[in-house]
Design a protein around this ligand. Sequence first.
Ligand SMILES: *[C@@H]1O[C@H](CO)[C@@H](O)[C@H](O)[C@H]1NC(C)=O
Ligand SMILES: *[C@@H]1O[C@H](CO)[C@@H](O)[C@H](O)[C@H]1NC(C)=O
Ligand SMILES: *[C@@H]1O[C@H](CO)[C@@H](O)[C@H](O)[C@H]1NC(C)=O
Ligand SMILES: *[C@@H]1O[C@H](CO)[C@@H](O)[C@H](O)[C@H]1NC(C)=O
Ligand SMILES: *[C@@H]1O[C@H](CO)[C@@H](O)[C@H](O)[C@H]1NC(C)=O
Length: 353
Amino acid sequence: MDPLIKPFFSLLLFFSSTLLFGEINGVEGSNQHHQYHDHLYGPKKLFVFGDSYADTGNIKKSHAVSWRVPYGITFPGKPSGRFSDGRVSTDFLARLMRIKSPIPYLWKDYAGNKRLRYGMNFAYGGTGVFNTQSSSPNMTIQINLFEHLLGDDLYSPSDLSSSLALVSVAGNDYSNYLTLSRSIAELPAFIKQVVDQTEVNLRRIHAFGVEKIAVPSLQPLGCLPLYASLQGCNDTFNALVNYHNTLLQQVVAKLNNETNHSTFIIFDFYNAFLTIFKTKGENSGGSRRFETPLKPCCEGSCAHVDDKGEKKYRLCDDPKSAFFWDGLHPTQQGWESVYSVLGKNLTASLIKP
Ligand SMILES: *[C@@H]1O[C@H](CO)[C@@H](O)[C@H](O)[C@H]1NC(C)=O
Ligand SMILES: *[C@@H]1O[C@H](CO)[C@@H](O)[C@H](O)[C@H]1NC(C)=O
Ligand SMILES: *[C@@H]1O[C@H](CO)[C@@H](O)[C@H](O)[C@H]1NC(C)=O
Ligand SMILES: *[C@@H]1O[C@H](CO)[C@@H](O)[C@H](O)[C@H]1NC(C)=O
Ligand SMILES: *[C@@H]1O[C@H](CO)[C@@H](O)[C@H](O)[C@H]1NC(C)=O
């Protein structure tokens, strides 16, 4: 799950203003869609920690496929550092909160205070709660970055108490573990370590004064195109994911009992993904149908070309017809379906005290 490619020196500016404004306009456009709905008395800012499911541009341009064509072809129309053809999880959560997608940490000095008021995104593609083969900051370091900002008084205690944190871990710890060909038999013990460290992370974020913290359950890794086969999902892998999710639920229940509030909420990505695979997306309210939900739109070595410039990948005709963009990541349409399946539950849990 490591998105890194061989680093090469690049003088391209990663904070190109057209890109920034492209993003702002895009998300604003989608917000207008909701402007006559009831106001959601929920959190006002979003702070995001995690990996490529949540990253909206923190990795440097020279380092990741997310900055290469055809990533970003749907939104904003060119590569933007998102691991998708368009918007990712963070963008849809921000849309639900009626705010703009929080600025990537890397761009904070170029953003202006107006933009900072929506929170900040510290997620880096390829990372885990422990160090993976990605050179990007693990979750502990991401939380450190947040802590340092708080020292700068950029966000007040009342800002934090009316904020939502998204703590999104999509499995890089496990793919890294398997890449290093450690034994499957010992994976359950490692899963326990990952969830224990997640608990440490959740406690830290809460201790800063953030009063709403969302943790997605781990999506069915055995169904990602990279791990699924012609026969379908890898049930062995999914059983391990279930173990992770059971432990995560226990941790969240324990933490909520301690705080006496629904401070910590689980976004049930696991069941949302499975529901979409089963129904081919027809339940998710949109007119879209995913004929072959486990087949990615960008097949092969997405975004890679050989020495002669020949593409090492094949692109589907319409990214909106695919749930997965590449071997690991949903398309924008895929994410839209996930949030649509979570729907009212998610909105209700965000405003519950
Ligand atoms: C996160 O990364 C830092 C720097 O590499 C390392 O010191 C720390 O142990 C890592 N945290 C965890 C929980 O692995
Ligand atoms: C399923 O995943 C496990 C763990 O990654 C792997 O060892 C096994 O070979 C996979 N099974 C199939 C049928 O691909
Ligand atoms: C919450 O924690 C208290 C004290 O440890 C315990 O007595 C109680 O049973 C717990 N409640 C739940 C719902 O787990
Ligand atoms: C939670 O409620 C229990 C029992 O009502 C109380 O003793 C405890 O101090 C409360 N904890 C917090 C963090 O408010
Ligand atoms: C929504 O919440 C209900 C009640 O808690 C639960 O039974 C249902 O599975 C949830 N649906 C989703 C998609 O999370």
